[in-house]
Design a protein around this ligand. Structure first.
Ligand SMILES: O=C(O)CCC(=O)C(=O)O
Ligand SMILES: [Fe+2]
Length: 305
């Protein structure tokens, strides 16, 4: 059986298509989960494609996450592993994938009900972890991420059939206007930019350091920004951002003297597991980028500090 391709991409020409999936928020009502979003927050997310929620984790908890991250980054656990991705122009770390597989603290955090109740509420189903990563933007030298939709890649290269997936980010440092915060185009999740250009073989090896396929042209970007404007996600340590899979986003270099480190988990609905083959790549990406362990995650009540 083949799964229909509802979001064709990586063809000869770029096109802007309507989102096929009927709604962003699958269950739109008061949450029955303790840590779910309010109806107002759900509306904001549905209209904009993201929401920034300060104060989800305490300063003491974040201090512990930072310590855990620093230990992991300094340890030998990652040496020579594909999970450690370096900056495009230096040997400095850019991303650490699967932190929840290297650290018990991050394993627990990946199931934390303060995140999971919101993810399952929005996706209206149990979820599994598609992948997790820490993005490290070092002070003065952390590099940018070009504009992209994550879902475009997850569809093209990981075979996710529908856009029923989201990212949940925890700020491990303050994100401010100077240290390369995430920029987003509000409302862009309602359109799908079908990108031009066939996916090269083993594309992820280059794209994780610098993405060049699956990115919109300047014209497409202008069109999206004319419709939705621009926003950026700022907040103190412990802020949570929920970010719809198809929201167009990117970020600038960090030229400030303070680092910007964010930890994120991508939750996909268990009703949206990958097709038999990726939609626009010869092979699936490795599992640390697109897991094929679809075990539902059960929420845990944690207090880390
Ligand atoms: O960390 C950032 O600023 C953006 C990263 C991003 O978009 C991604 O990892 O997909
Ligand atoms: Fe992204």
């Amino acid at each position: 059986m083949t799964t229909e391709d509802l979001y064709p991409t990586r063809g000869a020409h770029e096109r802007i298509l309507e989102r096929v999936d009927p709604v962003v928020v699958y269950r739109h009502g008061p949450s029955t989960d303790r840590h779910g979003l309010t109806p107002q927050q759900l509306d904001f997310y549905a209209n904009n494609g993201f929401i920034v929620i300060p104060g989800v984790f305490s300063q003491e908890e974040v201090a512990l996450f930072v310590k855990e991250y620093e230990q992991l980054a300094a340890s030998n656990a990652l040496r020579g592993k594909d999970e450690l991705v370096l900056e495009p122009d230096s040997e400095q770390p850019r991303s650490i994938f699967s932190p929840h597989r290297f650290s018990e603290v991050f394993q627990r955090l990946s199931k934390d009900q303060r995140i999971l109740d919101k993810a399952t509420q929005i996706l209206d189903s149990p979820v599994y972890i598609h992948h997790a990563r820490i993005n490290i933007k070092r002070a003065l030298s952390g590099r940018s991420f070009p504009w992209h939709s994550d879902f475009e890649t997850w569809h093209a290269e990981d075979g996710l059939p529908r856009c029923r997936v989201l990212s949940a980010w925890v700020m491990l440092h303050e994100n401010n206007e100077f240290n390369g915060p995430l920029c987003l185009i509000p409302g862009s999740h309602k359109l799908f930019v079908s990108c031009a250009g066939a996916t090269p073989k083993a594309h992820h090896k280059a794209s994780l350091r610098k993405q060049e396929y699956g990115v919109p042209s300047p014209d497409a970007l202008r069109e999206l920004v004319e419709k939705g404007g621009l926003a950026s996600a700022h907040g103190p340590r412990g802020t949570l951002i929920l970010h719809e899979g198809n929201t167009m986003h990117g970020s600038a270099d960090n030229i400030s003297p303070t680092p910007r480190t964010n930890l994120f988990f991508v939750y996909n609905s268990v009703l949206n597991t990958p097709a038999k083959k990726p939609f626009a790549a010869e092979e699936f990406r490795p599992q640390f980028l697109g897991s094929r362990d679809f075990t539902p995650v059960h929420a845990v009540a944690n207090r880390f500090a």
